[in-house]
Structure formats: C-alpha cells, structure tokens
Write a protein that binds this ligand. Sequence first.
Ligand SMILES: [Zn+2]
Length: 509
Amino acid sequence: MRKRLIVSAASALSLFLAVPASASDFRPGAAGSGDSYYPTYGNGGYDVSHYDIRLKYQPATDELEGTTTILATATQDLSRFNLDFALNVSEVLVNGRAAKFATSGEQELEVTPARPLAKGSQATVVVRYKGVPSTVKKYGFTAWLRTPDGAVAAGEPESAWWWFPSNDHPSDKATFDVSVLVPDGNQVISNGILTGSSSQAGWTRYSWRENKPQATYLATLAVGKFDVTTDTTPSGLPVYNAYSKDLGDNADAARASVERTGELVDWLSGYFGDYPFSSVGGYVPNVKTGYALETQTRVFYSPRQFAKGANTSVVVHELAHQWYGDSVSLSRWSDIWLNEGFARYSQLLWSEHENEGTAQELADYIYASHPAEDPFWSVKPGDPGPDDQFSGAVYDRGAVAIQALRNAVGDDAFFRILKGWPTERRYGNATIPEFQAYAEKVSGKKLGELFQTWLFTAAKPAVGPLPAGAAVSASLAPGAGQGEQQQLPVEPKSWKKIQESNSLHDARH
Ligand SMILES: [Zn+2]
C-alpha cells in the first residue's frame, strides 16, 4: 500500500514537471505539413478528426457564406496554429472563446487561441466566412468551377480552400458533415450519404455525411440542377449518381458509363477486397474542364470524358482510386504512383476482362511505343516532381511497373498483394517504401532493383516487363532496331479509351 502511494506520488511529480512552466513554452504550429512538393499545404501541430461544413450558396451570384466547425487534437503545445483557406473570415472561435486571426502567404489563416492548447488536448474551432469563390485566385487560379446553373469544387491537390478551412494535406484525414442551403429548385451533391433535405421560405437544405476518414482534396461539392438516379449494387451498397440537365449530346454516353458504377465497383472488389465505404456513385456537372477526379464515394466526371461515346475505362479508373488513394491515402504527394499507377493498372485489368487486350499486351505496347529518347522515360513515377505529378508517365510507366512486379512475383503472390494492401492499410496513409516492404513480405522476393528500375530511374529500362521465363523477342530485346525502324506491337483495342481518360487530374486548366 505504502509502496503504491510512493509510486503514484512520483508519477504525479513527473506529470507536474511535464507541464510547461509558462505559456512561453507553447510554440506556433508549422505553416506547412512538411511535404516536399507543396511545402505550405497542410499545417503542423494538430490533427483533425471531423469537419462540419455548413454553407449557404446563391448560384445566381456565386455568393457563399458559411461556418465550418473543426474538431482537432493538438499534437504539440500550441500558441498558434494555421489553417489553409482562401475566403474572407469574419470570426474564429477556439473552444468557445474568440481567437485572433490573420492571413499570410497565399492561403494561410493564422489562428491564435485566447488560451494556448496543450499537447493532447481537444480543440473545437469555429470559422465564419464568406466570399465569391470564382473570383478568389491563389497561385493565379481558382479551383472553384462555375457551371451555367451553379458551381463545383473538385480539384487535386487544391480544392478545399474555396469552400472550407482545413488542414489541407492527405496525411490528415477526417470524417465530414456537409450541409448546404440553396434556393429551391437547386440540388447539392457531396460525399457519402444524403441524410436529409428540407425546404423553408424558398430555400432547401441538403445534408451529406461521409462517415469514413476522407482527405480534404477528396471532399467535393456541387450545386446545380441534376437528374438523380439511385439504386443499390448487387452486393447491397447504396448508389447515388447525378447528371446536369444540360449535358446535351454527352448526356447519354455519360449515363451509359456512370450508371455502370455499381457493377464495376463489385467487379473491382474481386481484385481489391471489400469496398471500403458506405456509398458509391458519380456525378457529371456541366463544367468546361476535361478531367475526372476520384472524390470519395462520389466521383467527379467532366462531360468531355464522354464526348467520344461511353467510357467504362475511366469509371474503372476512378473507382479503383476508392481503394488506392481514398481508403489508403498518400502520406506525401511524391508517392502519387500509389494512386495513379494502380488506377491505370485497373484499366488494363478491365481491358483484359473485356477481351480488348491483356495487361501484358498493353504493358508491352506502352513499353515499345516510347523510344529510349522519348522524354516520357525521364519522368520517375516514384518521384516525378510537382510539375510532373500528373504526367502521362506516372500513369502509363506506372502501370507497366506494376506489370513488371506481377511478372517478378507471379500471379498468385501479385493478386494477394493487390487485395491485401488496401485491406491491411484501410483508412490509413502509406508510402512507396512501405508498399515495397509489403510486396516483399507477401512474395518472399527482394524487389529493390525492380522498384529502382521502374519507378526511380530517369531512363527507359533495358528490358520490358517480360513474363517470367519468356524469351526476349527480337523486337523487345535491348538494342533491337538500332539504326532501323523498331517493330511496334499491334495497338490493343482498349488503348484509345484508356488514352481518352487522360488529362484526368489536370485540375488547374
Ligand atoms: Zn487517377
């Protein structure tokens, strides 16, 4: 008894000593999350668990006003912390007390709470704001897309700044409630499940909930006039799809693609394991952009994706991201291959399923169609640099790298890796070295050289992604065709549709 008393007195003393003597030991959180590609994106010193975003939006004028409530935990003793945001802020409260705030840099909002936040303590941060998002330019652009009847927030990596304050980096994921008031006759689309809508005095409020961790760039918002379809997949998942009413000639091709979401998500589950979220779907607003984006549970598609007819390949790509990118997210933007390589590879698997070219044929075709001097090979998919983060090589060479991995470890181990990784790392964050370690563990093979050759070398690999035991054919042999036209394999039938899904993430244009 006495001994226990002494112990607890000692631990009480050490606890006391651990508490800083004065507020001067509290320091500002970092203005960035430490990402080498985007040093100012995200922030240090806290971790967000939930965003409650409550907005009022007028499509006629693009006026947005809102209140976002952030639940966070301090990860250091904080005298001040930053949020990433672009609209005008009128008030900030931290734990119920008015906080000082100031803007700095392009999108930094510096918040100084009335009382500093001790490491491990909870903070409730309320930010009130308004603005006309389409007129607010950061780094020379706005990611807020206007449509004839409303607006859309969908961009990578920047999208959040124009509609909610956040810790804008995929390493800090959180659950979301998004509730938006719009004039009657308009609809609101966001992530997850529509939990309710009600109208009063000419305005309708739509409330959406994403109950699984979500990166800030994967949160999406659309306001406009949509035709909505709802369904459940054969496996029982709720499906919610939406199409702008003014898609013109692209309307039918959009539906012929996106309405297959349920079927395709169930097909992908066979490769990647159980679907990680509680709803699925896509929406096609009448935007002028050309890209699609894997916004969580509710994929954003530009109408142009369907300008040449239906494209199930792009739907497969974006749905594959729900596992590779959304459920298992990047820890740092340099590892973008973990997202795009696998999403592109899923298109190769879909081609194989549709008898339009096997994954091997497509990988051989990509390898052979870029000569060694093509700048394509100067991009390292495993670390492309911010300017080439979404270049074709990250996708195409990235997918060939996965075929090379498949050939190195054999189909049995490969498909266990493909399913096991998103299952084991579900709702988390990951890096390429962690993926390599996992693939080595599952396959029992050392893969350092393969990863170095295919992901981290700025040159064409000397040998293509050969199947195990395959003889090096004349046209694929190192040095083949020197001084003469090299024989190009026949273009697989699926190749054009796969190429049509490019410009996927060219979100700034
Ligand atoms: Zn993608």
